[in-house]
Write a protein that binds this ligand. Structure first.
Ligand code: GLU
Length: 427
């Protein structure tokens, strides 16, 4: 996450995170002989929409927020990606995240392009009514871009099923009939999919299980895990991996975390955080900072918070065996080199956290067919897609002797390039 931005309109030319994503794409591309025209095309988003959003706050004043919706690429199908509510949202970061969505969707072979949206706001400091107004007005402003065949938003940091319900209702009200297919990650009652809420965390755990098999590592009582971030992705990753018998020894949120060498009670930690809004005073463990958590000697480290958390400053002190990136872009390209040298096995973001958009795709498909699947079917199909994607990436990594991140990007770009070249460049 960049703190270099004072304003929301940050150009991507000099934005560290954007350039980082481009660099990974360029270097990965070299391993598959990426067509330079394809690289040129993918180095900029297809279209961006800036919107200003006036909201009447509870004190009666009007506050105007900055928001975006970015379509990075739509070669494979409708644009797809979350909407983020966070104080540091800016144009360059949203654009970089949309690029990662293009590559994520292509990697797991979904018939979807890549998009991202965001509003620069602090949802933790807003009332439910203020957030509802913000969401409804944002939806009206991006109305021309979104739709079940055009662009399908979903939750991301700071947004959830309720946010998606407001988007769906606003969009549907404009058209005069219910359009559940305009968003995914909706409440079940209005067409959401079973298994969507925990899908990203579940996918992270599935990829850890696949990695452990390849590394001849046991996943069970002797496995220690640390999770940075306790939002949707962090919480479900921790809960699901502890369900496999692993010991989750540390979790955190923005304000810091808790550590217990005997393992934490994940549900108790969640209840405490909901009630107290921080882990301060949590009786089940000792206080730990976010930096300390990243440097713990554990078998599995899951960064599930913001981007650029593992950098060249701290990578040398990271001591896990498997790094499973629940967040988007948590590791910089410089840090990636250091982790490789240390022999840490990285499951990169576009693979590790793809479970969310995979089940979003299932939700979209179920909605179009008006035929809904059981949770077991959803989880089985998720497992099928993500474990196949893992194998393709792992095999590439073994064959070409390049790291898992570059392998994932290369495998993704190879699929996408073929589609782009088949369609050609209009006109
Ligand atoms: N926001 C999630 C991501 O970054 C999910 C996107 C989606 O389901 O469309 O992958």
């Amino acid at each position: 996450m960049s703190s270099e931005s004072e304003s929301a309109i940050v150009s991507w030319e000099n934005h560290h995170f954007y350039k980082n994503c481009l660099d990974v794409m360029r270097i990965a591309g070299q391993h598959i002989g990426m067509d330079p025209n394809v690289y040129q095309r993918l180095s900029k988003p297809r279209r961006v929409l800036y919107v200003s959003i006036p909201v009447r706050m509870d004190d009666g004043s009007i506050k105007v927020f900055d928001g975006f919706r970015v379509h990075h690429n739509t070669t494979l199908g409708p644009a797809k990606g979350g909407i983020r509510y966070h104080p540091e949202v800016n144009l360059a970061e949203t654009s970089a995240l949309s690029m990662l969505m293009t590559l994520k969707n292509s990697l797991v072979k979904l018939p979807l392009g890549g998009a991202k949206g965001g509003i620069r706001c602090d949802p933790n400091k807003m009332s439910r009514r203020e957030k509802q107004s913000l969401t409804r007005r944002y939806t009206s402003e991006v109305f021309m871009l979104i739709g079940p065949d055009k662009d399908i938003p979903a939750p991301d940091i700071g947004t959830d099923a309720q946010t998606m319900a407001w988007v769906m209702d606003t969009y549907s009200s404009h058209l005069g009939y219910a359009v559940p297919g305009v968003v995914t990650g909706k409440p079940i009652e209005i067409g959401g999919s079973l298994g969507r809420v925990d899908a990203t965390g579940r996918g992270v755990v599935y990829t850890v299980v696949e990695a452990a098999k390849r590394l001849n590592m046991e996943i069970g009582e002797s496995t220690t895990v640390a999770v940075q971030g306790f939002g949707n992705v962090g919480y479900y990753s921790a809960k699901i991996i502890s369900g496999l018998g692993c010991k989750v020894v540390a979790v955190s949120d923005v304000s810091g975390g808790v550590y217990n060498s005997r393992g934490l009670d994940i549900n108790a930690a969640r209840t405490w955080l909901n009630e107290h809004r921080s882990f301060d005073g949590f009786p089940g463990g000792d206080k730990i900072t976010n930096n300390e958590l990243l440097e713990l000697k554990v078998d599995v480290l899951i960064p599930a918070a913001l981007s650029e958390q593992i950098t060249k400053e701290n990578a040398d002190r990271v001591k896990c065996r498997i790094l499973a990136e629940g967040a988007n872009g948590p590791t910089t390209i410089e840090a990636n080199e250091i982790l490789n040298d240390k022999g840490i096995f990285t499951i990169p973001d576009i693979l590790a956290n793809s479970g969310g958009v995979i089940v979003s795709y299932f939700e979209w498909v179920q909605g179009m067919q008006s035929f809904f699947w059981s949770e077991k079917d959803v989880n089985n199909k998720l497992w099928e897609i993500i474990s196949h994607a893992f194998s393709r990436v792992y095999d590439f990594h073994q064959a070409k002797k390049i790291d898992m991140r570059l392998s994932a990007f290369a495998v993704s770009i190879e699929h996408l390039s073929k589609a782009m070249l088949a369609r050609g460049f209009f006109p």
